[in-house]
Design a protein around this ligand. Structure first.
Ligand code: CP3
Length: 346
């Protein structure tokens, strides 16, 4: 057995059922941690933190030191890639991301060529290199990108939207422009993730946070197809690379998603029960999830019961314990410790 295959996350991703599921948490480096807030203040703001390799590596390591998670996820953001293609990006305090919009064929054509992204993204690759040196040897390093549809929703609207209305409107009224944007993002995502792997990322996760608003043929065309292309290309370049797909709120779309796209694991959100996911998704491979992040705010016996329920539901197949979405800034750090203790010690 190679050294890396002793890492529990890699074993689960290879299809092994483990007595205790490995564990990490979406947004595990984040505002609920005082040490994160201190490092972000030192960096100045969120984007400066993302592009400061030493400090980005530091905040990635903070939750590993504090809790001993089985995986670290690179500290960066899904919107750095579209920014590297040209559109301006900034964060409004208390409100979230803002981007220069991309809604016409001329604007899609004016995006920088895919080869040019590495100029902007070099600090992210450097963060990965630092982490692959500094992480404990049992900890798996996860790289990531947003899936094309989710990234496109921000590029088209210029901000986060509740129903992804502007992206749906462009898709339905100017298919050529919309498709050209998705294609460009698909190609850029392959190059971006490939560089993360060369720098030392051992697992890749593709975040399609808004996949749930794609219905019917749109789900196949804009969630399944781009993921399939990205995964096939990455696996051709990096044989054996494990990939986690997260088509959030896909519902029935979770069924068969791994088989269709070639993903090794499907991450499950909280809109489905763990029992449903065990019966319908885990039967064909590894799943990740799906404790509700609200328990990290409320804690107590409800947290213990809900954590046990997730562990129990998935115990007969390959499983990586995680939340169904990112931990929120109002979470209590003690509740994270309680969750981990419950997963590991019953
Ligand atoms: O999970 C991790 O710890 C790794 C780092 C990471 C961040 N964002 C850091 C971040 C990852 C994997 C992401 C992914 C991301 N970013 C997604 C997909 C996952 C999801 O949450 O659905 C999306 C949609 C984004 C875009 C984004 N970034 C939004 C909408 C926001 C604002 C909302 C918010 O939570 O404030 C961000 C900011 C962001 N990205 C923060 C962090 C730690 C908070 C920024 C801060 O410190 O002020």
């Amino acid at each position: 057995m190679t050294e890396t295959k002793t890492k529990t996350i890699l074993r689960a991703l290879a299809g092994e059922t483990l007595p205790t599921p490995p564990i990490w948490m979406m947004r595990q480096a984040g505002r609920y941690l005082p040490e994160y807030r201190a490092t972000r203040a030192q960096a100045g703001d969120f984007l400066s933190l993302c592009y400061n390799s030493d400090l980005a590596a530091e905040v990635t390591l903070q939750p590993i030191r504090r809790y001993g998670f089985d995986a670290a996820i690179l500290f960066a953001d899904i919107l750095l890639l579209p920014q590297a293609l040209g559109p301006k990006l900034w964060f409004e305090t208390g409100e979230g991301p803002r981007m220069e919009t991309t809604t016409t064929m001329d604007q899609v054509r004016a995006l920088k060529p895919v080869e040019a992204i590495h100029d902007t993204l070099a600090p992210v690759y450097e963060t990965v290199r630092i982490l692959s040196r500094e992480l404990p040897r049992e900890t798996t390093l996860i790289g990531f990108a947003g899936a094309p549809w989710t990234v496109a929703t921000y590029m088209i609207a210029g901000r986060g939207t509740k129903d992804q209305g502007p992206a749906h409107a462009l898709k339905n009224t100017d298919r050529a422009t919309f498709t050209a944007l998705i294609d460009r993002l698909t190609e850029a995502t392959v190059e971006y993730l490939s560089q993360q792997v060369l720098a030392g990322a051992e697992v890749i996760k593709l975040f399609d946070s808004w996949a749930g608003s794609l219905k019917g043929a749109d789900f196949d065309d804009f969630a399944v197809k781009p993921a399939t292309r990205i995964i096939a290309e990455l696996k051709a370049r990096h044989p054996g690379l494990p990939i986690i797909a997260f088509p959030r709120e896909a519902g029935d779309g979770y069924i068969g998603f791994a088989a269709k796209t070639g993903a090794d694991c499907v991450a499950i959100d909280n809109s489905v029960t763990p029992e449903w996911a065990a019966e319908n998704v885990q039967t064909t491979g590894c799943v990740q999830g799906n404790l509700s992040p609200t328990h990290m705010v409320t804690g107590g016996q409800d947290l213990i019961d809900a954590t046990r329920r997730v562990v129990q539901a998935f115990k007969n197949g390959p499983h990586i314990f995680n939340l169904g979405h990112g931990i929120t800034p109002d979470a209590n750090p003690d509740n994270v410790a309680l969750m981990i203790d419950t997963v590991r010690n019953g």
